[in-house]
Ligand binder design. Structure first.
Ligand SMILES: Cc1ncc(COP(=O)(O)O)c(C=O)c1O
Ligand SMILES: N[C@@H](CCCC[NH3+])C(=O)O
Length: 437
């Protein structure tokens, strides 16, 4: 296939190719063929691209533990790719834990999160033997300690609020005071949690954790967080004489959603965090703790695309609406955060020129918009297939069945071609939970 122009890959998987006649392939597999074989809408994920991103993290942060944040996208295939790449996984529910364990993902490389873990979740985490549980409130400390069988110690991290605000949208900023995640240093809750954990013989405190927010594209907020977290680690030693061997900086690493944008530069992030950590630890006379990072979006986001079929094109007074066979049920991100997206026509060339359109879904809400002012060919028409970039994170995992629409399948592409890894949800699946009259 002729690649028409040097593609500025931006939000697309590394293997994407755009041909002169409108063909688009990912990992060498034609997206039109995927649409024909698996139907639309469909999520497509490039396995090699996901795995390459894991290796990029390992190369950028030698010696660090890289825990993929499963909330971004998890299915059994993804969990087994993470196992094969020797990644760790961060989970935040019994469901994510069960999926990871179902493919034999090693429990000791699982980090269990949650600001309101239920007793059932805590029990599952302890029984499975997860590597670390991240304490996120005072109430769960004694509850957790009581669940640990005699003769065992459960490793825990304490999630503190570093009071560093970062993230692409208010709903994605979780590192500042006055939100529901983590324990405040300012109110004394973080210090209290540390003391209570150290008081429990069945718990072993291995370090502090923080998570600033999501879709952060610059390293500076993380450098600030390193300063705060090293200071807190030093205070634990001063107050309790305990040297914490780990420091978890969470995730939140941003990606490009539009052409010309850039994500967090992982290599630069690695260099700067390493330097900041060494400097701060030297200043406080601490040995450098083992770093843990928890990228989700940056591992799976750019590796995924979504295919839709155009159902109708309506010209309004001022705008054109291109309605597709999916919508906020498979991608709630535009309606939740106003997130921008890049879309392209697939499978035919057009010389009609482009014009900005609103790509909308098929749900009964005016807010069911997928992309605003997206440039598509002026002759886009029903039956066309379009592809949306950077949908590998927080799409499948946030999908709903609104309007009793079944969720799309996930198709993995790689050297062996395309294969279904999650099947399409049908009316029978939806009715299986409905026990009837
Ligand atoms: C504790 C924790 N770790 C990691 C992540 C992963 O975030 P991201 O997908 O933005 O890297 C999140 C979500 O923001 C989180 O809450
Ligand atoms: N769901 C968000 C990210 C939340 C990150 C989880 N703490 C998104 O789609 O961007």
């Amino acid at each position: 296939m002729t690649v028409v122009a040097e593609v500025v890959r931006g939000p697309w998987p590394g293997s994407v190719e755009f041909g002169a006649r409108g063909e688009v392939t990912v990992a060498g597999v034609s997206l039109v063929e995927i649409a024909a074989r698996f139907g639309t809408p469909s999520y497509v994920i490039d396995e090699a691209d996901v795995r390459r991103r894991c290796r990029e993290y390992k190369a950028a942060l030698p010696g660090a533990e890289i825990a993929y944040a499963a909330k971004a996208f998890l299915c059994r295939a993804m969990a087994s790719w993470m196992r094969a790449e020797r990644m760790s996984i961060d989970v935040c529910s019994a469901g994510e834990l069960a999926v990871a364990r179902s493919v034999g993902f090693p429990a000791e490389r699982i980090i269990f999160h949650g600001n309101a873990k239920t007793p059932r979740e805590l029990t599952a985490a302890v029984n499975e033997g997860v590597g670390r549980i991240v304490v996120d409130n005072l109430a769960e400390i004694s509850r957790l300690a009581a669940l640990v069988p005699a003769g065992r110690r459960q490793k825990v991290l304490v999630r503190v609020i570093p009071d560093v605000g970062a993230g692409a949208h208010a709903a994605l900023r979780t590192g500042g005071e006055d939100q529901q995640f983590g324990l405040s240093i300012a109110t004394g809750a973080a210090g209290e949690a540390v003391a209570r954990v150290l008081d429990q013989p069945s718990l072993e405190l291995t370090g502090l954790h923080c998570h600033l927010g999501s879709q952060i594209r610059a390293p500076e907020p993380y450098e600030t967080a390193v300063r705060v977290m090293v200071e807190q680690t030093a205070r634990v030693r001063e107050r309790h004489g305990v040297l914490l061997p780990e420091l978890d900086l969470g995730g939140g690493h941003g990606i490009a959603y539009l052409p010309g944008e850039h994500g967090l530069d992982v290599a630069e992030f690695g260099r700067r965090i390493d330097r900041a950590l060494r400097e701060r630890c030297a200043a406080r006379g601490l040995p450098v703790p083992r770093l843990i990072v928890e990228p989700g979006r940056a591992i799976s986001g750019p590796a995924g695309v979504t295919l839709y079929r155009v159902i109708s094109v309506k010209r309004g007074l001022t705008r054109t609406y291109v309605a597709v066979d999916g919508g906020m049920s498979d991608n709630p991100r535009h309606s939740l955060y106003g997130a921008p997206y890049e879309v392209r026509l697939v499978g035919r060339a057009s010389n009609a020129g482009t014009r900005p359109v609103h790509v909308v879904g098929h749900h009964c809400e005016a807010g069911d918009v997928l992309a605003e002012d997206a440039p598509l060919p002026a002759d886009v028409h029903p039956g066309d297939v379009i592809v949306m970039a950077a949908t590998g994170a927080y799409h499948h995992s946030m999908a709903s069945t609104y309007n009793l629409t079944g969720r799309p399948p996930v198709v993995a592409v790689g050297e062996g071609g395309a294969r279904l890894v999650v099947r399409r949800e049908g009316a029978e699946d939806l009715m299986r939970r409905d026990v009837g009259l």
